[in-house]
Write a protein that binds this ligand. Sequence first.
Ligand SMILES: *[C@@H]1O[C@H](CO)[C@@H](O)[C@H](O)[C@H]1NC(C)=O
Ligand SMILES: *[C@@H]1O[C@H](CO)[C@@H](O)[C@H](O)[C@H]1NC(C)=O
Ligand SMILES: *[C@@H]1O[C@H](CO)[C@@H](O)[C@H](O)[C@H]1NC(C)=O
Ligand SMILES: *[C@@H]1O[C@H](CO)[C@@H](O)[C@H](O)[C@H]1NC(C)=O
Ligand SMILES: *[C@@H]1O[C@H](CO)[C@@H](O)[C@H](O)[C@H]1NC(C)=O
Length: 455
Amino acid sequence: MASFQKVFAIFVIISGSCYAEDLVSYDEWWGPEGSSPENDTSIRPFTVQFDENIITDLKYRLNHHRNFTSPLNDSAFTYGFNSDSLQSWLTYWSDTYNFTERETYLNQFPQYKTNVQGLDIHFIRVTPEVPSGVEVVPLLLLHGWPGSVREFFKAIPLLTAVDDDRDFAVEVIAPSLPGFGFSDPATRPGLGSSEMAVILRNFMFRLGYSKFYVQGGDWGAYIATDMCTLFPQEVIGFHTNLALSLSPVSLGVWALGSILPSAVVDSSVQDRMYPLLNIVEGLLRELGYLHLQTTKPDTVGIAMSASPAGLLAYILQLFSMATTRDNNNKADGGLTDTFSREELLDNLMIYWMTNSFTTSARLYSETFNIRNVKMGIYAMPTSVPMWSVHAKNELVYQSPTVLKFKFTNHIHATILDEFGHFLALQAPGVFAEDVLKAITAFRNCSINNICVHAS
Ligand SMILES: *[C@@H]1O[C@H](CO)[C@@H](O)[C@H](O)[C@H]1NC(C)=O
Ligand SMILES: *[C@@H]1O[C@H](CO)[C@@H](O)[C@H](O)[C@H]1NC(C)=O
Ligand SMILES: *[C@@H]1O[C@H](CO)[C@@H](O)[C@H](O)[C@H]1NC(C)=O
Ligand SMILES: *[C@@H]1O[C@H](CO)[C@@H](O)[C@H](O)[C@H]1NC(C)=O
Ligand SMILES: *[C@@H]1O[C@H](CO)[C@@H](O)[C@H](O)[C@H]1NC(C)=O
């Protein structure tokens, strides 16, 4: 097995280096045609404002819908969002969710916008006050779909806290991805994950950072992985709660491991990877939205933009499933077992207010296509130090043996026996602690050139 892996690794490195030039433009313009010949490099303060007219219209839509089709008996969430539990959400959103209070909540951190390659990028930036001798280090924190910067609100104070035991403190920089929430969408096709990686690197340059740490889950992980591959000089270390290698070698080793799982994965987490057929079947059952958005995001986007009930059902069903598959068997999807209604509705408000469902969903089509496969960035290895944390119910688990064909410097994997896909939202303490441990180890890599895990 080991020599087989080496041969494939060499193959990937060689094929990767064939592609390595001219992969992606570093200054492509994504804004409207002919706009801003003088590039605007300003950084402007921003506050979230829930427009009164939009709230009035939203409440009208929440209160005027046709009767929902009754669910089949005892189907719980297995056919999708169970309409028996939908009305309580709509009533809550319309009548109990306090728009004024939530707007204030969403403005608790300093926020800004700055224009990069024609797109206004919205971001939260929290800089800790530190005593002398403590270094402030920048962490780019990337959300995914159907999330937003709201996922990080409970983790941000923990991440930016100053601790006597550390000689550094973290400055959090959490942008809304282009096309998501308060960040502008592209005005032309082609803004996929790799192109976002370029935008976010240029964005960090704008803030004055030529070297930084990156954390990401979901799309944030995918984009950060591209950043590691394209910009190994800039990314000092990458922490992820969704370590994923789509490199053909990784996938091949995963598949071959079916013959002898113990060669590929530790027995304690073997059930997260095998039997492979069960894993694939489970993903096929749950990831229909992914195929839809990879092919026809604009069609589904029309419905999501017209109906807050539809948007809520579509997005919260995914929060339910991705937190634990067991939620499929609960009549209410188990949503409030894990999350507060406010935090889930805040996230929906970010999509609804900005009408950004369609532009966010396009990230799937712009990334999972022939053009990107030909670019081959996803298959190229990166030596940027990487630290992963694996929640029990994460959608995919890949062992270090599988990941190493993409991440040749994977320094540690934290295995969790609970929690799901939205780790920062569900378990901010666990999340923040793991990120801080990783940065401590990354600093060992970059400062002392010793790249090992402490414990
Ligand atoms: C504006 O930025 C683009 C890349 O984003 C660059 O190609 C162009 O030279 C810049 N123009 C000016 C006037 O700085
Ligand atoms: C909708 O549901 C209400 C309450 O169950 C019922 O009275 C009404 O007839 C239904 N409307 C239609 C069009 O089915
Ligand atoms: C579904 O459940 C309801 C209420 O428990 C019951 O009255 C009805 O007969 C059931 N329908 C079917 C087709 O089992
Ligand atoms: C909503 O929150 C604001 C600010 O906290 C408060 O003044 C107001 O009374 C609340 N409204 C309701 C209906 O509870
Ligand atoms: C840093 O490297 C030293 C030397 O190998 C090691 O003793 C220490 O545990 C490392 N610390 C971390 C956090 O990786």
